[in-house]
Design a binder for this molecule. Structure first.
Ligand SMILES: *Cc1c(COP(=O)(O)O)cnc(C)c1O
Length: 416
């Protein structure tokens, strides 16, 4: 053990001596953009400049031909499914460890979510499990770049191409994440992002979808605007498919524009902080650091570790308690249970009556064993771009002490 000091769980002083760094997210830059938006005299995207400016800036930033704004990450994924023509009775493969925002749109399209198991160290979908889950009904894969770490996109892309299935990237946790030289979100047919309050950059709520496909981009625009066609030469009201109203307002776009200019700075600080943390805690006993997907430069939405091989939920809680005693912002088990164990799945209760394709699927414990093991033993450290070097040193010291303390405890029921 490199760091001396009595663990806080044994009555020592907590490793963390000052509160973690914090910084206001919004300031003058956002106010200036908002003022300009209001002075336009309209907040409607098709009459103003901010939504179109945000879409152009974001497309240029990630290197996509098109970007279309929406009202949320959930709306982004729904717009993608609508534009791709996902229909009732279809199946869509996704991750069992994600936000409901990845799954809600699948159900609203009348399609059945199918869950593919995860890699135990990158926490992203195992391409072999995705391929094994493909059936003649599979229309799309929603690949979740969890915690800002990209899926194995080369392999997923190959699987999707082989079976003629659309690859949708859920980048809600992965703003600015790179895969090789390219941005996550630009490798599949569509990439979907969220500007909700808790993501890397925010406008309160909002979303954006990117694609290189001209035709798909036109359908995405219709999918977010009631299938009304706002192009100068078109008859506005002539809807040909079921769309929604997922229109971003000029106010949201104004804030998001100012936020987008801050993104690379935010990412640089998170990468530096998490990179140093990972290097200094790579070999701790009983605590596994995350594995970065090959070719990926992650965007570190949070830092997710696991209690080592052989640990159970009890050991994980013990470790989380010891880390919190050192003053570290750590939670155990992330979302608690895989998405498919929520009552909406186990009870088939998405709608109060009537039939839905997903009710013919079996959901429940045992579906994705690796995902279940990940949730049983994972520990999440919150990360923020305002964290300082002192925060880093104290976090490292706290992790060393907590890991050593946990190793010294009895191991009742281990391996159970
Ligand atoms: C946040 C999130 C969403 C949903 O985004 P909202 O803007 O909250 O609708 C979808 N998928 C993942 C992985 C997320 O983290």
């Amino acid at each position: 053990m490199t760091d001396a000091g009595t663990p806080a769980s044994d009555g020592g002083h907590p490793a963390k001596t000052v509160p973690y760094g914090r910084a206001p997210r919004y300031g003058e830059e956002e106010l200036q953009e908002l003022r300009e938006a209001l002075e336009q005299g309209t907040l409607f995207y098709a009459q103003g400049k901010k939504v179109y400016a945000l879409e152009a800036a974001f497309a240029a930033y990630v290197g996509a031909r098109h970007a279309v704004t929406t009202t949320s990450g959930t709306a982004s994924i729904h717009a993608a499914l609508i534009a791709l023509g996902v229909a009732p009775g279809d199946e869509v493969i996704t991750s069992p460890i994600t936000d409901m925002g990845s799954v809600i749109p699948i159900l609203f399209q009348g399609a059945a979510p199918v869950f593919a198991d995860l890699d135990p160290r990158t926490y992203t979908m195992d391409p072999a499990a995705v391929e094994a889950a493909i059936t003649p009904r599979t229309a799309a894969v929603v690949a979740v770049h969890l915690a800002g770490n990209a899926c194995n996109l080369d392999a997923l892309q190959a699987v999707c191409a082989r079976h003629g299935v659309a690859l949708i990237e859920d980048c809600a946790q992965a703003f600015g994440c790179r895969y090789g030289e390219r941005f996550a979100g630009t490798i599949g047919r569509v990439g979907c992002f969220s500007f909700n309050e808790f993501k890397h950059i925010s406008c309160g709520d909002g979303g954006i979808v990117v694609t290189d496909d001209d035709e798909l981009a036109a359908r995405l625009r219709l999918a977010t605007d009631k299938c009304y066609d706002r192009r100068p030469d078109a008859a506005i009201r002539n809807p040909s498919f079921l769309a929604n109203n997922y229109r971003m307002t000029e106010l949201q776009a104004a804030v998001a524009l100012a936020q987008l200019r801050k993104l690379e700075g935010i990412l640089a600080r998170r990468r530096s902080w998490c990179g140093r943390l990972m290097a200094a805690t790579a070999d701790l006993p009983g605590l596994l650091p995350p594995t970065i997907t090959p070719q990926c430069t992650p965007s570190w939405w949070f830092y997710m570790m696991r209690a080592a091989e052989g640990a159970n939920a009890h050991r994980t809680d013990q470790l989380a308690g010891a880390l919190r005693a050192e003053g570290l912002p750590v939670g155990a088990h992330y979302i608690g249970q895989p998405v498919y164990e929520y009552p909406i799945f186990t009870s088939g209760s998405a709608f109060s009556r009537g039939e839905h394709a997903y009710q013919t699927h079996a959901y429940g414990r045992g579906l994705c064993p690796e995902a279940e093991r990940i949730l049983e033993t994972c520990l999440i450290l919150s990360v923020n771009e305002a964290y300082t070097d002192q925060d880093l040193e104290e976090t490292i010291a706290g992790m060393h002490r907590a890991a050593a303390w946990a190793m010294a405890q009895d191991t009742p029921g281990d391996g159970a």
